[in-house]
Design a binder for this molecule. Structure first.
Ligand SMILES: Nc1ncnc2c1ncn2[C@@H]1O[C@H](COP(=O)(O)OP(=O)(O)O)[C@@H](O)[C@H]1O
Ligand SMILES: [Mg+2]
Length: 295
């Protein structure tokens, strides 16, 4: 009898959790594949171009429900690494699988539809006269510019997403008049419109003042705390941008993995001083991490 009661209790609780996600948090649909399939796997991956090794011997797994921060100094290979995940560059040696599909055995153009990307270089490419709503809608076909007239359903979804990102007031404002931080939020909404399984944010806070940066980070934090969200891969060279939701860290140095694993095990004075090749002190407050140089 007790076992039956326990089973009933767990069953009802699980059903309630799923319904809460679906109706209250307002996600469009629940993607079972994002819960069960390995998100990304690299095995002994290297990338050489013009005789230069950019990435060397990378083995890295991203499992469901993990959010990763990829940290490394300028030129360490962060963007190259993420360009490989989205199939824009091909490994010279080694294997890459994304969402269970192995590169070389699948159409990467299809795979890309499951990956939302926001990067500094992308920000420059949009037309300044387009409204925020049009920019978000262009995410459906991943185009720069809106070439089709979207239906009512798509417009309604875009408006809902803008509202969730606290950007409703920007709906009709043209892209060229948005602040840097607002542009990034609109581009994140654009990346999310197709409900991707992976969201790549490549230095989204670059060029923001510290107040705008904190606003953007709290938007990302809010997004990451929902249960049914894409796996976030967040690239930065700033340790202080590692918000609490990033469960895992990959420290990349000169194209090689220095260390990868749970954030708490890597955020230590010894590890980071060795990683940066500079003595630093680590300060932790309210789930955030700050560094000072220990001269
Ligand atoms: N297409 C390319 N051709 C030649 N070198 C490249 C190419 N892409 C990146 N690199 C080089 O690879 C290194 C790593 O670049 P990148 O991945 O952009 O680093 P990060 O994003 O960490 O700043 C840099 O030295 C850069 O010049
Ligand atoms: Mg980069």
């Amino acid at each position: 009898m007790l076992a039956l009661f326990k089973f009933y209790h767990v069953f009802v609780r699980n059903i309630c959790t799923v319904l809460t996600e679906y109706f209250i948090l307002g996600f469009n649909h629940i993607r079972e594949d994002s819960i069960t399939v390995m998100v990304m796997r690299m095995r002994n991956v290297s990338w050489r171009i013009d005789g230069k090794h950019i990435l060397r011997n990378i083995s890295w797994d991203v499992r469901p429900a993990e959010h990763w921060a990829v940290i490394g100094l300028n030129g360490s290979g962060k963007t190259s690494l993420l360009n490989m995940i989205s199939g824009y560059i091909w490994p010279s040696t080694g294997e890459v699988s994304v969402l269970g599909s192995r590169f070389g055995e699948c159409d990467v153009r299809d795979l890309r539809k499951s990956i939302g990307i926001v990067s500094a270089s992308l920000q420059q490419r949009f037309y300044s006269g387009e409204t925020s709503l049009e920019i978000v809608l262009s995410g459906y076909d991943a185009t720069i510019g809106l070439y089709d007239t979207p239906g009512k359903k798509k417009i309604a979804s875009a408006l809902t997403l803008l509202e969730k990102m606290n950007c409703s007031q920007l709906t009709e404002q043209t892209y060229g008049t948005l602040s840097q931080g607002e542009k990034q939020k609109i581009l994140i909404a654009r990346a999310l419109i197709c409900d991707p399984n992976i969201l790549i944010l490549d230095e989204p806070c670059a060029g923001l003042d510290f107040v705008s940066r904190e606003h953007l980070l709290s938007t990302i934090e809010h997004l990451a705390t929902k249960s049914f969200v894409p796996s976030i891969l967040y690239v930065s060279h700033h340790i202080e941008e590692i918000i609490p939701s990033f469960s895992h860290l990959l420290l990349l140095r000169k194209g090689e993995i220095y260390a990868a694993g749970k954030r708490e095990s890597l955020i230590t004075t010894e590890t980071l001083s060795d990683f940066f090749e500079m003595p630093v002190n680590v300060h932790k407050t309210k789930g955030r991490i700050w560094l000072s140089v220990n001269r």
